[in-house]
Design a protein around this ligand. Structure first.
Ligand code: XUL
Length: 523
């Protein structure tokens, strides 16, 4: 009887999953791709292309249209009146700027014809900067200098000031459009914006997504007065409250009851960020399990027993929406780097995989620093990889070794850059596009010397949201839910098979290569 809805408001699409908690089954899933379903917004990949000076924005009205299409689509394959709890997650860091009409539009939402037409007059800024925006280097330095340096900002907020984080974005808006900033009475994250619309109340921000703003103090889990002050004037009054991920915000707005047939009084649990949500959706909400997500960028994250911050100030600490905190490290050179090596030899993915299988762990000492574009973990301004090995390898004549060197280089670097988290995982859960590739999974198992598992369910972000809603408002036990819904596919388990310690030398060599590259790049 207990059907629960989880929503994933991500960069390229808005997706939903409905699960049946008692039966342990997925009842319905749907996804609306912004580019495909809403071409009028001219955002084929979910954002407005060709932004100036590193700006990457998207329209919040497009997100609202997609939410309506999602409910229409889900309603075709399940009975939405049977949904008894809802939560969701949003792409992290993106900000939505609302004016004085915001409260009124929330109050009058039940009678609206469409969400986008109803909320358009409440926007104080027509478009929202999202996590891909890199226009705020100056603002990052300004905030950091005012607070006393990157280390202090990182200790306080879990991350040094980062271009895509919301605080520097808000500061840039305040500096470039002071009048529009003045007219802004509320700034929401993507997650809290969706949550507000769904519940018809001005929703709070959870500690998971709030930590991606460079504004939240991770000791008190409150907005940090010094960071607020360094970011923009009178910011506190423009921000929602911060709450734990286990907070019920309200019940579904009657707009959705009338239009899509939801039942009355369905509780809405506070939304969180997509990464914190997938921690739950991967079944990794408690310490001991680590997640590696292979995508455009690769990310590495894990639940943490306490707040730990990166002494090098390149990693992140966020709240864990199921309690405590989590660490996260982002690697820009993810699938695009793997693709670049593949394309260099005109290989397809099968040939790429065969090359990995045909070469031994450790690659006979042939090493690559696989940065085809500037990396953020560690911060290194390269636009081409660095090779170290035999003459033939260095001159690019060894395709198979080159492919192994790229993949090994990525995960050796990942191991080095995540040492600050001091994790000793029992298992790595692999997710994202390339996670189904056994040869890549084998390299990860060998380098981290731990077993790698893949889940049978895809869409961990939306699933995590549904599990959180079931735990928070239906009283379900989260670890039981994780056992049921985040089942690993035992046939896909990969155990380490290279001799233990084989990568010690490669780790040292990559470390030296990083140091040399750093010295060269900073000259
Ligand atoms: C994390 C990050 C991205 C976004 C979009 O810091 O910027 O992973 O959350 O998915």
């Amino acid at each position: 009887m207990s059907q629960v809805l989880g929503i994933d408001a991500s960069t390229q699409s808005c997706s939903g999953i409905v699960i049946d908690v008692e039966a342990g089954t997925v009842v319905a899933e749907a996804s609306i791709n912004f580019g495909v379903s809403l071409p009028a917004y001219d955002s084929p990949q979910g954002f407005i292309p060709n932004g100036e000076k590193g700006e990457v924005h998207a329209s919040p009205l497009m997100w609202l249209d997609a939410l309506e299409l999602l409910f229409e689509e889900l309603g075709k394959s399940c009975d939405l009146s049977r949904v008894t709890a809802i939560s969701g997650a949003g792409q992290q860091h993106g900000t939505v700027y609302l004016n004085r009409d915001w409260s009124r539009t929330l109050d009058t939402l039940p009678g609206a014809d469409s969400l986008s037409a109803h909320f358009e007059p409440a926007l104080a800024r027509a478009t929202s900067p999202i996590w891909m925006d890199s226009s705020t280097s100056t603002e990052c330095s300004e905030i950091s200098d005012t607070v006393g340096g990157a280390h202090l900002v990182c200790e306080k907020s879990g991350s040094a000031t980062i271009e895509r984080f919301s605080g520097p974005q808000i500061r840039r808006f305040y500096k470039t459009e002071p009048e529009a900033y003045d007219a802004t009475s509320r700034i929401h994250l993507v997650s809290s914006f969706f949550c507000s619309v769904l519940s018809g109340v001005d929703a709070p921000i959870d500690t998971g997504d709030g930590a991606g703003m460079n504004l939240l103090n991770l000791q008190s889990w409150e907005w940090d007065p010094e960071l607020l002050e360094a970011t923009a004037p009178d910011l506190l009054q423009r921000l929602p409250k911060v709450v734990s991920g286990k907070t019920t915000v309200g019940v579904i707005s009657s707009y959705f009851i009338r239009k899509f047939g939801f039942s009355e009084q369905v509780p809405v649990t506070v939304f969180t960020g997509d990464n914190p949500s997938s921690l739950v959706g991967m079944g990794a909400s408690s310490p001991g399990k680590t997640v590696i997500s292979l995508g455009t960028s690769d990310t590495f994250f894990a639940a943490m027993p306490g707040v730990v911050t990166d002494p090098k100030c390149q990693g992140h600490a966020f709240g864990n929406p199921s309690g405590g905190s989590m660490s996260l490290q982002c690697f820009v050179n993810g699938s695009l780097a793997r693709e670049a090596v593949k394309d260099r030899f005109n290989y397809n993915w099968d040939a790429f995989t065969q090359a990995l299988e045909a070469t031994p762990a450790g690659n006979e000492g042939q090493l690559m620093l696989p940065f085809f574009r500037p990396e953020i973990s560690p911060i290194l301004n390269l636009d081409a990889p660095i090779l170290k090995g035999s003459d033939a390898f260095e001159s690019g004549e060894e395709p198979a070794q080159m492919i192994r060197a790229c993949v090994e280089g990525q995960f050796l670097n990942m191991r080095l850059q995540t040492e600050w988290m001091k994790l000793e995982p029992d298992v790595i859960f692999l997710t994202g596009g390339a996670s189904s590739n056994d040869a890549i999974a084998q390299v990860i198992a060998d380098i981290f010397e731990v077993k790698v598992e893949r889940l049978s369910v895809t869409g961990a972000v939306a699933l995590g949201a549904a599990l959180r809603a079931a735990q928070n408002t239906l009283g379900a036990n989260l670890s039981d839910l994780e056992n049921t819904f985040c089942e690993v596919d035992a046939q896909l388990t990969i155990l380490p098979k290279a001799p233990a310690g084989i990568y010690e030398k490669s780790l040292n060599d990559l470390s030296s290569l990083l140091q040399t590259a750093n010295e060269v790049a900073s000259v």
